[in-house]
Unconditional design. Structure first.
Length: 257
């Protein structure tokens, strides 16, 4: 019987097949050492193989003894525990890797804010940008760009949030803005219209994320039905947190908080 034949015969009695390769490697190493020792004493190779295999013992007995050591139940439990641990590690790392990938992309905006005006119609508002127009609950608000098209005023608003503990702001925070003008008009915001079940509103905030970075978020704030004689719009937010108010000249001049 050759060494491979002996190993195969032993493994037939070992039920846990994943261990067959390791058992074969171990038996082969022992048998080859025994053959080498006999050959060093002048025994021919083929005879040395036969003697080494015979000395190893009956393959059935050896196989049964190894089967007791290589329990199928314990073996499969170990395999599945390792698989579960690997799966858990992957599931734990995946959100972190995804977050790092997302974070790396948010340091550079998809589009530069300077391109915003090219997506709008109407005449550019003078005096913009107005940096640090207001502060609210840890956020710094700047009026980055704006246009007036007939009775519609559209503003590109930037919120900066340098603290990692602050959540990225949502445009919903701007839906409750109170907007008035210098001729006595008050514009109904989207939130008020929803609460009062009104079909029309004059103030609406939206965001598409194209200009956002990790530290800043941009919103388009639109005011509708602005009369021609209105020269100043005043924006007020009195929600929970730090309220703010600032004015925006529509025909030149400086806005003020």
């Amino acid at each position: 019987m050759t060494i491979p034949d002996y190993c195969a015969a032993v493994c037939r009695f070992v039920r846990f097949s994943p261990d067959h390769a390791a058992i074969t490697a171990e038996l082969t190493a022992h048998l080859e050492d025994a053959v080498g020792a006999r050959e060093s004493r002048g025994v021919p190779h083929e005879q040395a193989v036969v003697q080494a295999v015979d000395a190893m013992g009956d393959p059935a007995e050896v196989g049964k003894a190894l089967d007791a050591l290589h329990s199928p139940l314990l073996g499969w439990v170990q395999i599945w525990v390792r698989r579960v641990l690997v799966l858990c590690a992957v599931l734990m790392l995946l959100p972190a890797l995804t977050g790092l990938w997302t974070l790396s992309k948010t340091f550079v905006p998809q589009e530069h804010p300077a391109q915003w005006q090219s997506t709008q119609t109407g005449e550019a508002l003078p005096g913009l940008p107005i940096r640090n127009a207001a502060k609210h609950s840890g956020y710094t608000l700047s009026l980055w760009d704006g246009v007036r098209d007939g009775d519609t005023v559209a503003l590109l608003v930037r919120l900066e949030h340098f603290s990692p503990w602050l959540r990225s702001p949502s445009e919903w925070a701007f839906q409750s803005l109170t907007v008035t003008d210098n001729v006595g008009s008050t514009y109904i915001n989207w939130a008020t219209a929803q609460e009062a079940h009104l079909e029309e509103f004059q103030v609406y905030a939206s965001s598409n994320g194209r200009y956002d970075t990790f530290f800043s978020t941009y919103f388009t704030l639109t005011v509708y039905n602005v009369p021609p004689e209105a020269d100043i719009l005043t924006f007020t937010l009195a929600q929970s947190g730090e309220p703010f108010s600032f004015s925006l000249p529509l025909n030149g001049g400086d806005g003020h908080a």
